[in-house]
Design a protein around this ligand. Sequence first.
Ligand SMILES: C[S@@+](CC[C@H](N)C(=O)[O-])C[C@H]1O[C@@H](n2cnc3c(N)ncnc32)[C@H](O)[C@@H]1O
Length: 289
Amino acid sequence: MSIEETSRQGMSIADLLKLSSTLQSVSDSPRLDVEVLLCHILDKPRSYLYTWPETLLSDEQGVMFEGLLQGRQRGEPIAHLVGSKEFWSLELEVNIHTLIPRPETELLVETALELMNKPDARVLDLGTGTGAIALALASERPSWEILAVDVVPEAVQLAEKNRRHLGFDNVTIRQGDWFEQISGQVFDLIVANPPYIDREDAHLQRGDVRFEPHTALVAHNQGFADLERIIADASQYLAEGAWLMLEHGNQQARQLRNLLSAADFVEVKTRTDLQGHERLSYGRCFPFR
Ligand SMILES: C[S@@+](CC[C@H](N)C(=O)[O-])C[C@H]1O[C@@H](n2cnc3c(N)ncnc32)[C@H](O)[C@@H]1O
């Protein structure tokens, strides 16, 4: 560590905020990144940084800040550095074993809440990761019964930790390979944000995804393998008139609609996210199967 770096101990908040210039090549939001790291270390809201800019970090806080700043300079996601990410106003613990929840996935939650009007709906969240979708739905609909599964044991542990921390008793988390552990059960709504990126996609070499596991991101068959498998099997687990909702890549919507229609889903539609990308496709299980 250089003399300049060690001298960050005892620096003021105002001076530390200026170090955001060192993140310009790795981040689209360098200033915000440093603010989030400082808030994490100080355990204070963002307003504190601007109300008390002359505050000095203790030696311990200075060392911690330096470690986190260096991590960010290497490109590590802010969520991994601070260990959490907000999704649907819920603070979720995150780690390297699954996806960091993305704001665009809130579209799936919004759509599920809008289309599913059964007060006692039974819901399945496939590939739950941190538990983001299942826990967001549980926070809005305490009377729904929600089952969430993931194939990665560490993701299951993480989702269960988040569930317990938030205290949602209407969510059950289970390990399994898609529908493997679901036999005999029928749902009113199945939601999934499965891996859908092609192994050769250049985006895998950029930004946060470099630090996320391929088990959460990559699927065979140009990214379609898991989406196809879920669509092929879902109707066995859906009640009459029940919904299947799938998040997907912004170039995959047309094929997704074709796959849903070919599997006899009706009322098939796609919705766009806030960036205008086709992000979510869904359909309804044909009621007179
Ligand atoms: C794109 S991440 C989505 C995580 C979370 N639902 C979200 O939206 O933030 C996909 C998740 O699917 C899980 N997964 C991958 N293959 C699976 C399989 N065969 N069965 C169940 N889950 C799987 C991964 O471990 C990962 O947590």
